[in-house]
Design a protein around this ligand. Structure first.
Ligand code: 2AM
Ligand code: MG
Ligand code: MG
Length: 282
């Protein structure tokens, strides 16, 4: 059977690799840092340049496809997922890492049709790891198949999470209380690569049992969500139930037992949805 979206996926892999080269090159240069929603929500010219490079190359090849790109949304483009083929792009996931040369920086490209992610590509460019997944066909890193951890005992687990970009004390309190509860189960440890996409690839690779976060955006997790599920993992909302990629809440785990155990410890909150009507950027 021919794969309807294979051409698009091949293009995404090539575009992510090219984008990664631009990111790596830019690490040698001075990085001019600007801010977006707050003084800790960073963006550089490289984020904007890489996003434009990817979008232009896709437009030339697939002129009818739509886009949700982090930096385009920040510039006022709508963030709406329709049934049309849509490229969901985070040109640099881990901009704070990029600015500080902390070595986990990823290009994340998800592709959805009928609101379902068909393929995901995460290129962790400093590690030179190309993570790919095609719906129903497994997840891979540099061509090698990925499999989540088999662990079902939360006390034998490592959990990944992040502190996010909100410095609103109420939100930070919720993040800390959840983290305290999870850590004191007790678990073996807490980790965070500084990029949601890489954290999800760590779940898919079996290096951590789960990743959870509130405050992420659809471009942070669209590609990673398919990489996790195709590696045998599960995705849930932080209050349980199905994940909604526009809700800014996610639990990605190796299995349901681990996901549900973490969810019991999470103090949930709901940031403004990515597709909220009045929202032009955040
Ligand atoms: N100060 C900050 N610390 C950590 N993550 C931040 C952040 N500001 C923005 N983020 C974004 O939040 C995501 C989840 O933590 C990260 O993958 C990162 O995506 P970004 O680099 O594409 O903005
Ligand atoms: Mg991001
Ligand atoms: Mg980004």
């Amino acid at each position: 059977m021919t794969d309807l979206w294979q051409n698009s996926m091949d293009h995404a892999v090539a575009a992510a690799r090219r984008a990664g080269q631009v990111v790596q090159q830019a690490l040698q240069d001075d990085r001019k840092v600007m801010t977006k929603s707050s003084s800790v929500d960073l963006v550089t010219q490289t984020d904007q340049r890489v996003e434009q490079l990817i979008i232009q190359s896709v437009k030339e090849k697939f002129p009818t496809h739509r886009f949700i790109g982090e930096e385009s949304v920040a510039a006022g483009e709508p963030c709406v997922l329709t049934d049309d083929p849509t490229w969901i792009i985070d040109p640099i996931d881990g901009t704070t890492n990029f600015v500080h040369a902390f070595p986990f920086v990823a290009v994340s490209i998800g592709f959805s049709v009928n609101k379902q992610v068909e393929f995901g590509v995460v290129y962790s460019c400093l590690e030179d790891k190309m993570f790919t997944a095609r719906r129903g066909r497994g997840a891979f890193c540099n061509g090698e198949p990925l499999q989540v951890s088999h662990q079902t005992d939360i006390k034998q687990s490592i959990i990944a999470t992040e502190f996010g970009s909100s410095r609103d004390p109420e939100a930070v309190d919720k993040i800390f209380s959840s983290l305290r509860n999870v850590l004191c189960i007790p678990i073996h440890g807490v980790r965070g690569a500084g990029t949601a996409a890489v954290n999800m690839c760590l779940v898919a690779s079996g290096c951590v049992e789960a990743y959870y976060e509130t405050g992420i955006h659809v471009w942070d997790v669209a590609a990673g969500s398919l990489i996790v599920s195709e590696a045998g993992g599960v995705l849930m909302d932080t209050e349980g139930g199905e994940v909604d990629l526009m809700s800014r809440r996610i639990v990605a785990a190796n299995n349901r037992t681990i996901a549900e155990r973490i969810i019991r410890e999470i103090d949930p909150f709901s940031p403004t949805r990515d597709d909220a009507p009045s929202k032009s950027s955040q």
